[in-house]
Design a protein around this ligand. Structure first.
Ligand SMILES: [Zn+2]
Length: 93
């Protein structure tokens, strides 16, 4: 179970007509959220809770966050690409 460590910021923001909510500037700066930062959205309808979590793109296989390349629309790190290449050459055509 993930550790829960949330603080009530005391901030209340309205939802606009398009369903958007502005994350206050100070909070964005404190969390390193810039334009185009990806956020995952989690919801608990029964509790009326929505959680936004900074989304980090990771390697499909090992979870590394750096030196990534695309493979069939998925991110794979170069180390895993090399390991897969080695495995493919051992197995043969
Ligand atoms: Zn990897």
């Amino acid at each position: 179970m993930a550790k829960v460590n949330f603080t009530d910021t005391g901030m209340v923001r309205p939802v606009d007509g398009l369903g958007r909510v502005v994350i206050p500037c100070g909070l964005r700066e404190a969390m390193g959220i810039e334009p185009e930062t990806l956020l995952s959205v989690f919801a608990d309808g029964a509790a009326e809770e929505i959680l936004l979590k900074v989304y980090h793109i990771k390697c499909l296989f090992c979870g590394a966050g750096e030196d990534l390349t695309d493979f069939s629309g998925r991110k794979v790190c170069r180390s895993c690409v090399a390991a897969l290449g080695d495995m493919a050459s051992e197995v043969g055509p």
